[in-house]
Ligand binder design. Structure first.
Ligand code: PLP
Length: 355
């Protein structure tokens, strides 16, 4: 039987919608395009996962593990449990926020930034409005306030992907105090940076902070993230908008364990920061215009023809993220890897740029 007209129409619409393309990284020696954490001790993570597996029962729904993690978050942040909502990665929480508040509505963010805000807005039939950063990568505060006054949702990624800089607390607070929409501060990379804006959730009902275990905590494969917001916002998201069991028990258990024994995470964050600064210095030494970063990646201007540069790296088994053009320059973003991966990247870049 042929599909009915309404389904065909919806499928055609989906086929036309932009989405997040996955690069083929299978044959790559170094996948430095997704900002994963290669530095956190893989063996110890494996050991922790085995312990976690022993402590859970995969036959059961994860009620207990969910409560355990919320308790742990509550303790860490000094906020009651109703300030949190868990998600299957931050991506899923971004999607829920847009589906609840941005559907067929205007969603505001900055340019350049994490593209998922735009992709999910388009999927939910909304209009994405990007307010370009200033050329020094600072926020165009007035522009964001103006647009925020005519929307329900405003996403600010801080530190920002791909520029790598963290926006001042004061500027974010000024925006929060001048708009009535939800201001979602995506702090996926905050553990590598200087401060979090989460304490402001007690003062601003319109602040939502998003966090992930994919970066500093090294759990990208287990898909787990969370939201911190006033109970007015977090509670209906956690109870009504979110699915009953969005996160699997192994992910919940691992996240709880890592928070309880955070030396592993703190050690890896320290190491990532050291490697990041070394990689930055090496790039500068080669004459590449790299940007200082408060994340686990570095943005830099393409040193040669962008297409050739990208392909030459790929031929050597290295994939990085093509961040495209902004402010008249072509940019790439590279994840901070292990010292060996970073050395390999630097050696190949040296070779390519000498050609
Ligand atoms: C800014 C930002 N937010 C969210 C995510 C996705 O996080 P998660 O893995 O928790 O879905 C990423 C992943 O790269 C990111 O760069």
């Amino acid at each position: 039987m042929l599909l009915n007209k309404s389904i065909r129409k919806r499928l055609s619409k989906l086929e036309e919608t932009e989405y997040y393309p996955l690069e083929d990284t299978e044959k790559m020696i170094a996948r430095l395009n997704l900002n994963e954490n290669f530095i956190i001790d893989g063996e110890k993570m494996c050991q922790l996962a085995s312990e976690a597996l022993e402590e859970i029962d995969v036959r059961l729904y994860p009620n207990t593990e969910q409560r355990e993690l919320v308790k742990q978050l509550s303790r860490k942040y000094g906020l009651s449990g109703d300030h949190f909502a868990l998600g299957c990665g931050e991506d899923q929480l971004i999607d829920i926020l847009i589906s609840v508040f941005g559907r067929r509505n205007r969603v505001i963010s900055i340019i350049p930034t994490f593209p998922v805000y735009r992709y999910r807005t388009l999927f939910h039939g909304g209009v994405f409005i990007g307010v370009p950063l200033n050329e020094d990568f600072s926020l165009n505060k007035e522009g964001l306030i103006k647009e925020g006054k005519r929307a329900n949702l405003l996403f600010i990624c801080s530190p920002n992907n791909p520029t790598g800089n963290q926006f001042p607390k004061k500027v974010i607070e000024e925006i929060l105090s001048k708009v009535k929409c939800l201001v979602v501060v995506d702090e996926a990379y905050v553990d590598f940076a200087e401060y979090s804006v989460y304490p402001m959730v007690s003062d601003y009902e319109n602040l939502v902070v998003l966090r992930t275990f994919s970066k500093a905590y090294g759990l990208a494969g287990l898909r787990i993230g969370y939201m911190i917001a006033s109970p007015r916002v977090a509670k209906p998201i956690a109870t009504v908008a979110q699915l009953t069991y969005p996160v699997v028990n192994l992910a919940l258990k691992m996240a709880t364990k890592l928070m309880q024994n955070d030396e592993l995470v703190l050690e890896s964050v320290k190491h990532v920061r050291e490697e990041r600064d070394r990689l930055y210095n090496e790039l500068i030494k080669i004459g590449i215009d790299a940007k200082r970063s408060q994340t686990n990646f570095i943005l830099f201007k393409s040193p040669t023809d962008p297409e050739r540069f990208y392909n030459d790296l790929a031929k050597s088994g290295i994939v990085i993220r093509n961040s495209g053009m902004f402010f008249g320059n072509h940019y790439f973003r590279v994840t901070v890897g292990t010292p060996e991966l970073n050395d390999m990247f630097i050696q190949v870049v040296k070779k390519i740029t000498k050609k």
